[in-house]
Write a protein that binds this ligand. Sequence first.
Ligand code: PBG
Ligand code: ZN
Length: 340
Amino acid sequence: ASTSATSVSISGDISSQLHGGYSHPLARSWQAERQLTKSMLILPLFITDNDDEETLIPSLPGQYRRGINKLVPFLEPLIRKGLRSVILFGVPLAPGVKDALGTAADDPKGPVIASIRLLRQRFPQLFISADVCLCEYTSHGHCGILRDDGSLNNELSVDRISDVAMAYAQAGAHCVAPSDMNDGRIRAIKLKMIEEGIAHRVVLMSYAAKFSGCLYGPFRDAAGSVPSFGDRKCYQLPPGGRGLARRAIERDISEGADIIMVKPASQYLDIISDAKEIGKNMPIAAYQVSGEFAMIHAGAKAGVFDLKTMAFEATEGILRAGATIVVSYFTPDFLDWLES
Ligand code: PBG
Ligand code: ZN
């Protein structure tokens, strides 16, 4: 074989020989920077104000809306299998409970606060996050408080959102996660937590790069949070807005976020990678949203691919892009799949 760099023969080209490096299953696993583990997963839970309810959500295969009385029996076996963390979404169903200010969001007897207290007591090892938003509680279904002309009143919304976050944190949530996208809410929540002396024990996870689009449909079915008019485009990011997402991530880090979240996940892997780069000193979360989950189920049902194989491929892609935390409806499945 020639030793000249410009005329290497096939047989002498050692740099072309990659197969050996991933020939063994263990060596294949070493190719990944991060392996999916149970502690990376957060399971979303929909909790209604109807205590005994357990209703299948038709557009979210295998996912239920549950009343507080169904929570402990559902979670017990999952925790035994290694579930570490949940994120709570309140779904008020009682007639007349929604109003223009989303008053029910921090009702001390409401499903979220009651569940935080119950889960803290029953499952001391479980890490409890609470999604913070108003859209499930407002009569108009938007994520904040509106002016008379229907536009978002950012100042009033931030004030209200930060009060709701405080109420969840005071009730015992380990983590509050504002998904409303009002400008300045991370700073407002952090300041209130410092004032109340609880900032040292609460993780502030910002849905920093949350894009508007069609992938939240099944969630809005589940949570009953479809806006009654208009859309969320004036507060959620445009799908092409990579620079805007970078600015939102930088802003939320400077406002005191402890974790940055990107959402949806698989359609926004470049944004996850940006978040990892910008937030190199902090954990990065990705929310594999309801539409992504439903799409994978639909593809598997149509025979396009095997469900488990695709769930792993999608989630490993999210980890490869830079996430270290994944919010996923597949969490119960992964607890089984990661066992073997
Ligand atoms: C509420 C909220 C939404 C999701 C998380 N928090 C819906 C929305 O913004 O319309 C979406 C989660 C999913 O689709 O699984 N603001
Ligand atoms: Zn919302």
